[in-house]
Structure formats: structure tokens, C-alpha cells
Design a protein around this ligand. Structure first.
Ligand code: AMP
Ligand code: ZN
Length: 480
């Protein structure tokens, strides 16, 4: 038994309990990763950041080499197939899919690297574990938990008496609440797909269970197979966003326990709350859908680019289980905080050795209480400003590093800000033309509004006359 006191909220038992790894020499965590068909959005960044904080905490307490963190890449999915067929209609489907997934995966890695996220220990891809999925499907059939119907393999929900324990709902309630597909090959509408047949516009592999046509796995089976391969039949922590509780995690749990005859798949199930933007659910149709990449590299949110660390800090200001409202205001506050902190550490590069059981660590050991950890950092910062001890900056840096902050120096932070301050000239010119039109219509309110908006972007307008033609013109410069 380990003596480290870490408490985590377990969605399965709906209680916060002390974390006891099955094997403290190898603490094992699985987090469901992205489906790689398009840019990851800032909601997807939340589990990536939250479980990175947990990964860092576990490594500090159990040892860097004693934690295995697997975060998968879902590269088999009907959204990927559609994208591949739409973008590359003339090349073979497998090649088209690999174009889409390799490009998207690279983009994902580039984006999250800027959020200060450590690479997981392993990053398994679904397409590289098809054989393991087939074996598991055969096991489920042999154990009487799955059946074949019209070239599909289905999980038989009725064969598992405690199905629904994670979602905490009875099968009847789930059936009423979920959009379940009724299909002629299913015994019950709740039964879900383990394997399905593929057309030649879809990727296909040899099927299990004597099915003669090629097929592809359903979504849930991939995580059961990959977690077994990399972490074993039962492991410590399984995480993801709260939207995954049902059906994805409920079904993973059903598959793994029924295939292996185990009581549990993971000891602790953890789910981050959802992220919304400026008070609304993020959606493409509402026009408030923001990718990580847009936030970092374009000026579409708050008219400017944001350093990744700002997004990280804004995200961790809210406790991971709470919903989060993502706003420009929150980013501005986060940036101010980081600027103050970087100014205080200056060019101190090396952090002090972290002390056992400091305040930040204590807050994080209480179910990753990042708001409390931030409060401790704010207090330590006030302390640092009032008592300038020689080792103060290095100690402050070590505290902040536990959350993945202040890994750079004042110079690297300032360089990042200057890059972020690049002004999008096209956007500026467009706004100036809009303002001239507003002035032409004597719409002074609109004209002022645009001037203020440009001012927020760091642009100073100058209204004047062309010396040759006498026409009124507007020029602009970057405010210093
Ligand atoms: P997906 O690619 O949709 O499977 O999502 C990847 C991860 O992002 C999963 O853990 C989801 O639960 C999580 N996720 C998706 N949307 C949001 C959101 N708006 N807020 C928080 N987490 C999200
Ligand atoms: Zn999963």
C-alpha cells in the first residue's frame, strides 16, 4: 500500500476516494483521444490539459518511469471516411484515409505542444490494433456476450446484468433517453455494434466470427482492445470528457469486463466537464466554434492571437469537473497573470527542486483542485514580490511548473507575445473600409465602435486628407 495521499472523484462510485494504484511501480492511465478528421477544437483541449496535469502529478509522486499514460488516436471512423471520400474522390480509400488522418494527427500534435502538454507514454492508433479487436470480439462471442447478425457482430446488452452502472441508469431509462438505432439484425435496440461490414468506399479488414465479407470495428471496441494491449485487463484510471460516459465508456466497460471475466475495467473513472464559449454551446452553426489552431494562429477570437499557455491557464482556473465558459475576458485575465509571473521570474531558467508536499501539490492531490492551486500560486506570487529572496523566483517557478506553467523565461514569453501581436492587415483594411462606409452614412456610433475595436487590436487610426487630391483618407499604424 502506498502512503501517498491523492484523492480522486470516481464517476463509477460517485464519490471522492483515496487513490491506490494496483501497482505503484506502474501506475496506468488511459484517456480517450481525438478522432482525427479535422482540427481539434478548444473543447478537445480540455481533457488533454486536465489529464496532463494528472499525469504530471502521478509522475511526481510515483516516479517519472513508473507511470504509463496511453492516449489513443481514433483513426477509424465514419466521419473520417466521409472526409476522405469528399477530399480525395479519385484515390483508393485506404490511401485517402491515411492522407486525412496523418495530416490531422500532425496538426493535433503541433497544436497541443503549444499548450505545454507532455507527450503521453504511448499513443496507440486504432488501425494498428485491429487484430486485438478481432480477438476480443471472438472472446465475447465465446462467452455468450455477443452474436452475429447480417454480417455484423453485436454486443448483447441483456447478457450483462449490471450494464448501465457507469451511466447510473437502468437499461429502460437509457433506451428511452438515447438515440438508439433499431435494426433488423439486433436482438434488442440497446445492443451495440462491435463489428460491421464495409463497402468498397469504406476501409475494410478480414472479419471475425467466420463472417466472409470484409468489415471494420465499431467505435467502442478500439479502446477496450488498446487499453488491454498497453495497460492490461484492469488498470488504474480511465478518463475523458463527460459526453463519453454514455454510451462510449459504458460500452467499453461492458466489453472489457465481459471479455475478460473481470469485475472492473479501470479502478477510477474520471470525466471533465464541458466547455462552452461566451455562454453558448460551441457549434459550427452558431459561428462560435473555435479550433485550438485558430486561437493560437489566427485573430478570430478576440481579434488577436493567444499564446498556448494563456489558454492552458484560462482552462485550469475552473475545476475540471465543472462546466467552463470560455471567454475573451478570461483569456485577457490569464495573460495578465502570466505576464506578472514571467516578469517576476525574469530569466531564471532552472526551477528549484520541488519540495515535497508544497501548497500547490496539496491542492492538486485533492481531486486536481486547480482553482485552489492557482490561489496558492497567487499568494506565493504576492510573497515573492514583497520578500525578494535570492531563490524566490526559482522556487516560484517550481510551484508553477507543477501545473505546466512558467516552463519558459521572460524572454521566451515576450517573444511569444510579440509573435501573437502580429496584426492581420487584411482584417484591419476590411474594418477601415467598413468604417469609411459608416462615416459616409453618418453612422458615427458604428464608426466609433470600429475605431475602438481596431484600437483593441493595437491599431491607431489617423484620419486626414490626401495632399494631392484632397480626398479624405484613413491611414493606420501600430500603437507603441
Ligand atoms: P472527440 O474527438 O469528439 O471524441 O473528443 C475528444 C475528447 O474531447 C473527448 O474526451 C471528449 O469528451 C472531449 N470533448 C469534446 N467536446 C468537448 C467540450 N465541448 N468540452 C470538453 N470536452 C470536450
Ligand atoms: Zn475510448
Amino acid at each position: 500500500m502506498s502512503s501517498i495521499d491523492i484523492k480522486l472523484y470516481n464517476s463509477l462510485t460517485r464519490s471522492k476516494t483515496r487513490f491506490e494504484p494496483l501497482d505503484p511501480q506502474n501506475v496506468r492511465m488511459y484517456v480517450c483521444g481525438p478522432t482525427v478528421y479535422d482540427y481539434a477544437h478548444i473543447g478537445n483541449a480540455r481533457p488533454v490539459i486536465v489529464f496532463d496535469v494528472l499525469f504530471r502529478l502521478l509522475r511526481r509522486h510515483f516516479g517519472t518511469d513508473h507511470v504509463t499514460y496511453a492516449r489513443n488516436i481514433t483513426d477509424v471512423d465514419d466521419k473520417i471516411n466521409k472526409r476522405a471520400n469528399d477530399e480525395y474522390p479519385d484515390i483508393p480509400i485506404n490511401k485517402a484515409i491515411s492522407e486525412v488522418t496523418s495530416r490531422t494527427e500532425k496538426q493535433f500534435h503541433d497544436d497541443i505542444e503549444q499548450l505545454g502538454v507532455l507527450p503521453p507514454t504511448v499513443e496507440p492508433r486504432a488501425t494498428e490494433h485491429i487484430a486485438q479487436m478481432r480477438v476480443m470480439i471472438e472472446q465475447l462471442i465465446a462467452n455468450g456476450h455477443a452474436y452475429v447478425g447480417e454480417n455484423h457482430v453485436l454486443f448483447d446488452v441483456e447478457s450483462m446484468p449490471n450494464y448501465g452502472s457507469l451511466a447510473n441508469r437502468s437499461v429502460d431509462e437509457m433506451e428511452a433517453g438515447a438515440r438508439v438505432d433499431v435494426a433488423p439484425y439486433k436482438k434488442s435496440p440497446m445492443d451495440f455494434v462491435l463489428w460491421k461490414p464495409s463497402s468498397d468506399k469504406e476501409p475494410g479488414w478480414p472479419s471475425p466470427a467466420g463472417i466472409e465479407v470484409p468489415g471494420r470495428p465499431g467505435w467502442h471496441i478500439e479502446c477496450s482492445a488498446m487499453s488491454e494491449e498497453h495497460l492490461g485487463k484492469v488498470f488504474d484510471i480511465h478518463g475523458g470528457g463527460v459526453d463519453l460516459v454514455f454510451p462510449h465508456h459504458e460500452n467499453e466497460l461492458a466489453q472489457s469486463c465481459c471479455a475478460h471475466g473481470t469485475e472492473k475495467m479501470a479502478q477510477v473513472w474520471m470525466h471533465n466537464g464541458f466547455l462552452q464559449v461566451e455562454g453558448e454551446k460551441m457549434s459550427k452553426s452558431l459561428g462560435n466554434f473555435i479550433t485550438i489552431n485558430e486561437l493560437l494562429d489566427s485573430t478570430s477570437f478576440g481579434d488577436r492571437k493567444w499564446p498556448g499557455e494563456v489558454l492552458r491557464l484560462a482552462m485550469l482556473t475552473t475545476h475540471y469537473r465543472q462546466p467552463i465558459d470560455f471567454t475573451v475576458k478570461a483569456l485577457e485575465v490569464a495573460e495578465k497573470t502570466l505576464s506578472n509571473w514571467y516578469n517576476a521570474i525574469g530569466d531564471v531558467d532552472a526551477a528549484a527542486e520541488p519540495t515535497e508536499n508544497d501548497d500547490v501539490d496539496q491542492a492538486l492531490r485533492d481531486d486536481l483542485n486547480t482553482p485552489a492551486a492557482m490561489a496558492k500560486l497567487h499568494a506565493a506570487f504576492d510573497d515573492l514580490r514583497s520578500n525578494r529572496n535570492a531563490d524566490g523566483p526559482a522556487r516560484f517557478k517550481a510551484m508553477a511548473n507543477q501545473l505546466g506553467f512558467l516552463e519558459g523565461t521572460l524572454s521566451s514569453w515576450s517573444d511569444g507575445l510579440n509573435r501573437g501581436a502580429d496584426i492581420d492587415e487584411q482584417a484591419v483594411n476590411k474594418l477601415i473600409i467598413e468604417r469609411l462606409a459608416a462615416r459616409g452614412e453618418k453612422n458615427w456610433a458604428r464608426s466609433d465602435e470600429i475605431r475602438d475595436r481596431l484600437s483593441n487590436m493595437g491599431v491607431q487610426l489617423k484620419d486626414g486628407r490626401d495632399p494631392n487630391t484632397g480626398e479624405s483618407i484613413t491611414t493606420w499604424e501600430i500603437k507603441r
